[in-house]
Design a protein. Structure first.
Length: 258
């Protein structure tokens, strides 16, 4: 693997880095492309986080890394893999993925899950990149930060439910069968997510709200596949256009150069 200058965590934590919405679109596209390559090969990463995305500040290239928790998943075509591969999502550990990027089905202790756990992680990564609030309401403007910056699994579940509401039989029919599901009181699904948190970004980047919301659906079956992500209107027709790698490299460089 070629030398990469830093990870995405360093980029996002640097006060010297200001990312345009066009650059964010390019970064998310590259991450989603890497996820699609994994899923096409019948692997699920299971640990996508800002520390596991590497950045080349000279070329504007992002690459996934740390495949220690990656597993083969699904039923590949005959001859693609040996016949010993596990069936789709069955009997897998739920204690995977760095906490802040962990999907709700894992928190509810499901051992039967799909590549949708990676899609949730991409959604949390995108949310971490975005500027928060609206300039017209200065009190709402905040620095970018992890969407769910919490110390424990219980705190993460509470934060997810407070932001997105409690799963119901209508929104996630299988949720009631998960081991820890009944421990949470009902909260309605919010009407203004994600526009309330990312007001200016949602106004200035077409389809951003729909795209982000689709990845952070509580029901994993409702999340798009990695292939569907890359074909979303957010990438194909939404304004602003995706930044070139040269433009992205300029945006990333201050994370290292200071």
């Amino acid at each position: 693997m070629k030398f990469m200058h830093c990870d995405l965590k360093k980029v996002l934590s640097s006060r010297n880095v200001t990312l345009s919405l066009a650059c964010i679109k390019s970064m998310v596209y590259q991450i989603a492309s890497g996820v699609k390559a994994l899923h096409d090969a019948w692997f699920v990463h299971r640990d996508l986080s800002s520390g596991n995305v590497l950045c080349d500040i000279n070329t504007g290239t992002l690459s996934l890394t740390d495949f220690g928790l990656a597993r083969q998943i699904g039923q590949p075509p005959p001859g693609c893999f040996s016949q010993s591969k596990r069936s789709f999502g069955g009997n897998m550990t739920f204690n995977v993925v760095t906490l802040w990027y962990r999907a709700p089905e894992l928190l509810f202790e499901s051992s039967y899950y799909s590549p949708a756990v990676d899609i949730w992680s991409v959604g949390t990564l995108m949310a971490e990149m975005l500027p928060r609030g609206e300039r017209s309401r200065p009190s709402t403007v905040k620095r970018r930060a992890p969407l769910f910056q919490v110390p424990s699994e219980l705190d993460l579940l509470k934060a997810i439910v407070e932001l997105l509401g409690t799963p119901s039989e209508q929104t996630w029919p299988e949720a009631s069968s998960l081991p820890s599901f009944h421990e949470f009181a009902y909260l309605p699904e919010p009407d203004n997510w994600p526009r309330e948190m990312f007001g200016d970004a949602c106004k200035e980047s077409e389809k951003l709200d729909e795209f982000l919301k689709s990845m952070l659906m509580l029901n994993p079956s409702a999340r798009p596949s990695s292939a569907d992500l890359l074909e979303h209107d957010y990438f194909t027709s939404g304004h602003p256009s995706m930044a070139s790698k040269e433009e992205l490299a300029k945006g990333l460089r201050p994370a290292v150069d200071g």
